[in-house]
Design a protein around this ligand. Structure first.
Ligand code: FAD
Length: 380
């Protein structure tokens, strides 16, 4: 495949870069980026930043005009995502809003939900969290136990979620809850995080603050009008949502930036020119990130052409994650001192990416999907 950008896409990228130059504070790299995009500081900043992006038509360019978009080609949204990620993701958690929560509500939400939430997301001021995983339901989401029992025109929600990134500062939760006896009886509820009966507890970990939270629901009353789709329709909707999430984060961008930093560091330490093993490992990582980039572009191109979805999205995610894992191993092997105070940017990259093969569906599961659905192999 030969890939090149059209002149209008180059122009669009320049427009996004100019907006970033204009809107990011002078101390963005020193003060904000090291805090990670799940930190309270960055989450608060994202509300101001995304509102300004929205004013410039740069938050949801590909959405319908009636919902704040400009009906631009999907490539523009993708270019926007690449540049945001390269800049340290100043949209903070709102990357989820525009990548999958908004598109899911546009497709499955009621008119009232669209008017409230899709418009809210397009304004750039609302923070969402994703309440899917539970202590015994991660990969096997169908095992989740949080339940929503019908009580007139409300549901009463009881249970708990874990790993809920951004929960501490979120305004709304996109929640999966059990509404019936079988494994597939799961529904989606949209819940304001300040509803009585919700409490959030954060816990520490290797990844930076803001990602690791537990959310507890005790007799939380949620109007039936806040359900997305029919009762028990969560699987169809979530499968659609995750197909957007899978190519949502262009990891090759930050990966190649980190590789460049690592090479600079190795040169400074006089360990680059004379060590063929270090050079060949770095070359292999660069090639893997470039391969992941091409696969990602292939999937975006399929979306733009409205082709049916296939396992290329899983494959592009696996390619990205394998490059990331090789990069993390490279840092641990050749620059261990950088990861414990020696180089803040490399340490930051390491900490943020250490769970990369887990979040949003693990690498093993992506490979299973490629084997079964892409290659037609039997279930193991
Ligand atoms: C930093 C971070 C942020 C997160 N943010 C959120 C969030 O905002 N919202 C949310 O809902 N969740 C979030 N998660 C949770 C994440 O989605 C889950 O961790 C993930 O789905 C895996 O679930 P688990 O941790 O229960 O692991 P498990 O499902 O127990 O898996 C453990 C291991 O077993 C393997 N495995 C499991 N089943 C199979 C199988 N059938 N075949 C082959 N291998 C298998 C997995 O690949 C994995 O290696 C986050 C996680 C992290 C680490």
């Amino acid at each position: 495949m030969e890939f090149g950008w059209a002149p209008e896409q180059v122009q669009y990228r320049e427009r996004v870069k100019a907006a970033l130059d204009d809107l990011l504070p002078a101390d963005w790299d020193e003060t904000y980026v090291p805090e990670s995009y799940a930190s309270d500081l960055q989450v608060q900043f994202s509300r101001e930043f995304c509102a300004k992006l929205a004013e410039r038509g740069l938050l949801v360019p590909h959405w319908p005009k009636e919902y704040g978009g400009n009906e631009s080609p999907d490539w523009e949204h993708f270019i926007l995502g690449e540049e945001m990620k390269a800049a340290g993701e100043p949209r903070g958690p709102q990357y989820m809003n525009v990548n999958w929560i908004g598109p899911t509500l546009l497709k499955y939400g009621t008119e009232a939900q669209k008017a409230q939430h899709v418009q809210g997301i397009a304004s750039g001021t609302v923070i969402w969290c994703q309440g899917f995983s539970e202590p015994n339901a991660g990969t096997d989401l169908a095992a989740l136990r949080t339940r929503a029992e019908r009580d007139g025109d409300h549901y009463i929600v009881n249970g708990s979620k874990i790993w809920t990134s951004y929960a501490r500062t979120a305004d709304w939760c996109f929640l999966l809850a059990r509404t019936g006896p079988t494994r597939k009886d799961i529904s989606i509820l949209l819940i304001p995080m300040d509803t009585p009966g919700i409490s959030v507890t954060s816990f520490p970990g290797m990844i930076k603050d803001g990602h690791l939270n537990e959310v507890f629901f005790t007799d939380v009353r949620v109007p039936v009008a806040n359900r997305v789709g029919e009762e028990g329709e969560a699987w169809t909707i979530v499968t659609h949502a995750l197909s957007y999430e899978r190519v949502g984060v262009p990891r090759y961008h930050t990966g190649l930036q980190a590789l460049e930093l690592a090479v600079e560091q190795l040169k400074e330490e006089g360990r680059w020119h004379d060590d063929p093993i270090v050079r060949s490992r770095a070359g292999s990582i660069a090639a893997k990130f470039e391969g992941a980039r091409m696969l990602t572009y292939l999937v975006v191109d399929q979306r733009v052409k409205k082709l049916p979805s296939n396992t290329d999205a899983n494959l592009s995610r696996v390619a990205s994650l394998e490059a990331v894992i090789e990069m993390l191993n490279f840092l641990a092997e050749f620059l261990p001192d950088c990861l414990s105070g020696g180089n803040a940017l490399l340490e930051d990259y390491y900490r943020i990416n250490i769970p990369a093969g887990i979040t949003g569906g693990t690498n093993e599961i992506q490979l299973d999907l490629v084997a079964q659905r892409g290659l037609g192999l039997p279930r193991g």
